[in-house]
Design a binder for this molecule. Structure first.
Ligand code: BDR
Ligand code: CA
Length: 324
């Protein structure tokens, strides 16, 4: 089994990503670390517990990390994710679940040293930048670092050019990219170019409810708000579910394709949070990122649906036929 830490800010699509990971036999989730992002960090902790409770997996530990970005003022994304961060599903708080004393960064430090553990980062990179400050070797021991964030050719979702996770904390994102560069390492960037192609449509949701009502109705409860948001802002029927694609790519590296490039993050001005991807090699610098640009949508949906709904591919054939 591949060992991972999920660093996240749940968050509607973070929750779907956690569901995918915990339904995947290839993956052992050692812990979930929460960062301030979509939801303030304590709410993110409660939401992670809500999802784990739904999955019957409260044995997975959850740690709390940074409560604000490295330098900039914290701006949550509750306008997108609802006032409870879970699409205004208002699921009850899971009783008896206290925030542990050990911090997210301390958990990462002691867990990553083995060199056998990967990180799938689904929120701003603040916890990882703090880890670099505190223990660079532990950070460099990360086996694979898959990050949902950034954009190459796609427009942004927070500004014309910036994606939320890197826009929220551009300084931390820059520290992470820089440290990887200095140490000849690469981040796998699952950006908006590929995640925008993963749209949970009303039709897919309807099929999910028919095939597995318990899971389908739960997903409907947490995504309904997201559907409305996408219609209002992007005129999309359905919602883009970014974060599960990073988990899927971690499990099956054939789902996404892309190229390697030196990448930096702008930290101020009108382009704040933009990923500057040197695809043409202007800077003559060694690449520190794999930038994904193509997605095998069918493979993603087959993985996502069979695992969440606990069915064989045969049982979702009609749903898959609609995906192009
Ligand atoms: C990212 O920002 C958040 O809103 C989502 O959870 C995802 O991680 C998309 O830009
Ligand atoms: Ca997220």
């Amino acid at each position: 089994m591949k060992k991972i830490i999920i660093d996240c800010d749940p968050g509607i699509d973070d929750s779907l990503a956690i569901m995918l990971a915990l339904n995947s036999p290839e993956v052992e989730v050692l812990g979930i670390t929460v960062v301030a992002g979509n939801s303030p960090v304590e709410l993110g902790f409660d939401n992670a517990k809500r999802i784990l409770s739904f999955l019957g997996r409260l044995d997975v530990p959850v740690y709390v990390g940074a409560d604000r970005p490295r330098e900039r003022e914290y701006v949550n994304a509750l306008d997108t994710h609802g006032e409870d961060g879970l699409g205004e599903s208002f699921l009850p708080k899971v009783e008896g679940q206290e925030i542990p004393e050990e911090s997210a960064v301390s958990f990462m430090r002691r867990t990553l040293k083995s060199g056998d553990v990967s990180v799938v980062a689904l929120g701003p990179l603040t916890n990882l930048a703090e880890l670099i400050d505190e223990d660079r070797d532990a950070f460099l021991s990360i086996k694979r670092l898959v990050s949902m964030g950034g954009n190459f050719r796609s427009h942004g979702n927070c500004s014309p050019v910036a994606e939320y996770n890197y826009w929220e904390d551009p300084h931390s994102a820059r520290v992470v990219f820089e440290t990887l560069f200095e140490n000849h390492r690469k981040l796998e960037m699952v950006g908006l170019d590929v995640t925008r192609q993963i749209v949970l449509t009303p039709k897919i949701l309807l099929s999910m409810k028919k095939i597995n009502p318990k899971v389908g109705e739960f997903v409907e409860k947490i995504t309904d708000f997201y559907f409305k948001f996408h219609w209002e802002w992007e005129h999309i029927r359905g919602c883009v579910i970014n974060d599960p694609l990073a988990v899927a790519q971690f499990i099956d590296p054939d789902i996404l394709k892309g190229f390697e490039a030196y990448t930096d993050v702008e930290i101020g001005g009108i382009s704040m949070g933009q990923t500057v991807v040197d695809s043409m090699g202007f800077y003559r610098k060694e690449s520190n990122a794999v930038i994904y640009t193509e997605v095998d949508k069918r493979a993603f949906w087959e993985m996502f649906l069979t695992r969440l709904l606990k069915v064989k591919p045969k049982e979702i054939e009609t749903v898959l036929k609609e995906i192009n």
